[in-house]
Design a protein around this ligand. Structure first.
Ligand SMILES: Cc1cc2nc3c(=O)[nH]c(=O)nc-3n(C[C@H](O)[C@H](O)[C@H](O)COP(=O)(O)OP(=O)(O)OC[C@H]3O[C@@H](n4cnc5c(N)ncnc54)[C@H](O)[C@@H]3O)c2cc1C
Ligand code: SF4
Length: 807
């Protein structure tokens, strides 16, 4: 048997070996050297380990048994120090000398560290391997302030992880907006706002010039003279190919090891794959191209006619950010140029931005934020260079409704469209595997096809495709989706346990249900907090620290770090006294803008956090809850008192509804509207709950949505009296509160459950209706006006509103 030696036990090298074994398991006697003391692991998922969504053991791709089973000799924790290409020998740091017939370099990259004064201090690290992750986790136990240098993919993933470890995180970025290599300004701004909501603090346009501290880092100094404190600094500013060994061995290197289309280096029988490679001038830092390289190399060195195998031609790159709660996709050319045109969708309400860049009737790039479901289709259009001149431009970015309400995008995808970009697996590969190999779970699909084996971003699509392919046989129970990586429990299971075991504290839930990540994360903690408050309204202890920033400070954070304040105006009605108070407060606190909102309220924008309690005190009005996962506004038309078409008193109905349900916490925001006739001036048909007046009756519409997933409400019932309207809202909203998953809008919830089912519970089953109303009444009895509470509580004021000076 010929001898094959691999230097580098990382993602690209081992994938190449897998491809070789798949083709010719007996052709080579394989020896692998890896300087890290582990088997091959999924480096991409280090972000999830840091964020607490996975453990180190979970990200191992090939355990030690795999090497044994294929007769591979693995020297882990042993670095190759010298290669003699003339005598075809490699030498290792532990003194091994191994001959080869074929040699593969897969030495990856090293993180780039800023060469500044103090960069060698204790507490300054990169984010590249398991050791870095462990350092961050252990540091968080003794220190609190972290700074991440670099606002790119890696930096933001590191920052999210550090937040989950309960550290305060400053992200320092030299440019004026984040991820400038992947995003345009609007998408980057939305991303920044979302991450600020999650608790990150950004210092933009700052250049770090010095790291201070005795032995350990204590602060950073910027070029403009300002500084911040830091106990830990993570540098995430880029990578440089690991080429020292190749250079010393005499291989041709430029930015990386130069290879031809068969991944052959300048030396005979020596190949290279992965981040250490330069192919046609390109050096790649994502796995999709590296895996393609591995396939080409495997085919070439196992073939009897290697010169006839297909060469590597380069790869179209795309990016996704792995931060929970943030969906970002970017591919190709996304910057507008003179010869390009763009199709854009920007919904500020739902936080969705989509941009598709077109040149010569071909899609050449795209940026998606907030909803990335179009990404496989767009990527495919880019790869196939599809001519779109005949296409209706709107169909390039269809809304969910145009695709077919609630239908997964996989249904409309062609068999040749890519589902897993990292591993190059298309829809047809998966459907074939499901049918021929009788697969029934996502895990099995991953094992057989590799789809979802790298960044895991495509797993929801794989699940949808499995369901679509299996039809009736798809067993949802087997596919249960855990709440997040901190636990195996689903939302439904957590809620049931909270009820059954009478759990009333967030920490208690995590302890009793044996959370794998003891601290929880930004996905599960707000959800648990919601469930305990919903299930045990009289006993639950609300945990403000488990809430998103807006709900913690009871105001809406804006893109410049200031806040917006919306006082409640029941039914959208105000009076000269209230307007005078608002005007006085706006003047006194230098409010940047007073804006009438779509929900008929006044929004005071541009307020500093420390001014919030004072403003509320002087306003003396209740909070409009415009920031919360809660009942928001009730929009009303002028109704019968003023309008000649009016059949009902819509204003009074709106006021009554708002007064009764103000502040009720719901899985997601709930907007309502009351119109006094079917002309619908209060847009009741696109509200979560819409009331429409008829002669002597009211209609109640539910599940409407006016955002990007535009959805018309459906008729739930028609009632005669005002009291019946209030009762039906109570029953319906309580059922939504109890059966929706946290962060599920009513429009999605009703599609999941079906209108008929909801009707049967809320309208037809009078006993359940009465029970739901009773539980809603209990919840309503606990209402406290949040702004009033804050004004009276000095400790809350100090903890959440006082500005803490750190430098
Ligand atoms: C936190 C993080 C998140 C990421 N997220 C994504 C993502 O979402 N999507 C994506 O596509 N990519 C992502 N990447 C990038 C991806 O992980 C890399 O592109 C990929 O791991 C590179 O594979 P490689 O085999 O070339 O290098 P590596 O995986 O780095 O493997 C190289 C190995 O070679 C070893 N080695 C080096 N020199 C020697 C020697 N002389 N002797 C023995 N062993 C040696 C190294 O120790 C290392 O273990 C991420 C990377 C990180 C760090
Ligand atoms: S909805 Fe009907 S009643 Fe209300 S303002 Fe419009 S036209 Fe008048």
């Amino acid at each position: 048997m010929k001898k094959l030696v691999l230097i580098g036990n990382g993602m690209a090298g081992i994938r190449t070996i897998e491809e070789i074994i798949k083709r010719e398991p007996e052709q080579y006697e394989i020896t692998i050297f890896g300087s890290e003391p582990y088997p091959n692991y999924n480096r991409i998922l280090l972000s999830l380990v840091l964020q607490g969504d996975s453990k180190v053991d979970d990200i191992v791709l090939n355990d030690y048994d795999w090497y044994k089973n294929y007769g591979i000799v693995l020297h882990s924790g042993d670095e190759v120090t010298k290669v003699d290409t003339e005598n075809q020998l490699v030498y290792s740091s532990e003194g091994k000398e191994v001959p080869y017939d074929k040699l593969i370099f897969a030495t990856g990259s090293n993180p780039f560290m800023l060469p500044i004064d103090g960069a060698d201090k204790e507490g300054v690290i990169a984010f590249r391997d398991i050791k870095d992750c462990e350092t961050m986790i252990s540091t968080s136990k003794s220190y609190k302030k972290a700074a991440v240098i670099g606002g790119g993919l890696l930096g933001l993933e590191a920052a999210r992880g550090l937040l989950n470890l309960d550290m305060e995180v400053d992200v320092i970025h030299i440019q004026d907006y984040l991820m400038e290599r992947q995003l345009d300004e609007p998408a980057a701004d939305m991303l920044k706002k979302e991450l600020e909501d999650q608790g990150m603090n950004f210092l933009m346009g700052k250049e770090t010039v010095k790291i201070r501290g005795k032995n350990r880092v204590s602060s950073l100094l910027f070029k403009d003279g300002s500084s911040i404190k830091a106990d830990l600094i993570v540098m995430a500013i880029g990578i440089k190919p690991n080429i020292a060994l190749a250079k010393e061995a005499g291989l041709e290197v430029e930015r990386a090891i130069v290879v031809d289309d068969y991944m052959q280096t300048s030396a005979p029988n020596v190949y290279a794959v992965g981040e250490c490679v330069q192919h046609r001038g390109m050096v790649y830092g994502l796995v999709a191209p590296l895996y393609e390289q591995g396939k080409v190399l495997a085919e070439h060195i196992t073939s009897q006619t290697p010169e006839q195998t297909a060469g590597y031609e380069g790869t179209l790159l795309y990016t996704q950010l792995k931060v929970s709660g943030v969906d970002v996709f970017s591919a190709g050319e996304f910057v507008d140029k003179e010869d390009t045109k763009a199709i854009r969708v920007h919904d500020e309400f739902e936080g969705i931005y989509k941009k598709v860049v077109v040149r010569d009737n071909k899609v050449i790039g795209s940026v998606l934020f907030g909803d990335t479901s179009d990404s496989p289709r767009l990527l495919d259009m880019m790869k196939s260079e599809q001519d779109i001149s005949e296409m209706n431009k709107v169909s390039i970015l269809p809304s969910e409704q145009e695709r077919g309400t609630g239908e997964s995008p996989v249904v409309a995808m062609a068999e040749s469209e890519t589902i897993c970009g990292c591993n190059g697996v298309c829809k047809g590969d998966i459907t074939d595997a499901v049918k021929t190999k009788e697969l029934s779970s996502v895990q099995e699909v991953t094992q057989v096809t590799n789809a979802g084996r790298s960044c895991g971003g495509c797993k929801p699509l794989v699940s949808d495709l499995l369901e679509h392919t299996l039809g009736e046989e798809f067993n949802k129970a087997d596919q249960k989706q855990p709440m997040c990586g901190c636990t195996d429990h689903t939302h439904e299971e957590v809620q049931a346990e909270i009820k059954e075991k009478h759990l009333t504290l967030v920490r208690e839930v995590m302890n009793v249900l044996e959370w794998e990540n003891k601290e929880g994360c930004s996905s599960c903690r707000p959800a648990i907090n919601y469930y305990i408050n919903m299930v045990h309204p009289l006993e639950a202890e609300d945990d403000a620290n488990s809430r998103f920033i807006n709900e913690r400070v009871h105001a809406n954070i804006q893109n410049d770090g200031t806040f917006s304040v919306v006082p409640r105006m029941y039914g959208g009605v105000t009076n000269p006294d209230e307007l005078r108070k608002i005007a006085n407060v706006a003047d006194k606190y230098n409010v940047k803008m007073v804006k009438v909102t779509g929900g008929q309220r006044l929004d005071l924008l541009g307020v500093n956090k420390e001014d919030l309690p004072g403003m509320w005190e002087e306003l003396g009005m209740p909070s409009g809850h415009a920031y919360g996962k809660a009942v928001r506004t009730v929009k009303t038309c002028v109704g019968q008192d003023f309008c000649r078409f009016g059949t009902q008193d819509s204003i009074q109905m709106g006021i009554d509804i708002e007064k009764k349900f103000q502040g009720v916490q719901t899985p997601h925001k709930v907007k309502m509207g009351v119109s006094a006739c079917p002309r619908n001036c209060a847009e009741s048909m696109i509200k979560d709950i819409g009331i429409v007046g008829l002669q002597g009756a009211w209609e109640m519409y539910v599940g409407g949505n006016g955002g990007i997933d535009l959805r018309q409400g459906e008729l739930l019932c028609t009632v005669e009296t005002d009291q019946e309207v209030l009762d039906m809202i109570s029953a319906y909203m309580q059922y939504y509160r109890e059966s929706a998953r946290y962060l599920e809008r009513t429009s999605h919830w009703i599609e999941r459950l079906g209108l008929e089912h909801v009707k049967a519970v809320v309208v037809d089953d009078k006993k359940r209706q009465a029970e739901l109303i009773e539980r809603m009444e209990t919840t309503l009895s606990t209402f406290n006006e949040p702004w009033e509470q804050i004004i009276q509580d000095g400790k809350i004021k100090q903890d959440y509103y006082e500005v803490k000076v750190t430098s």
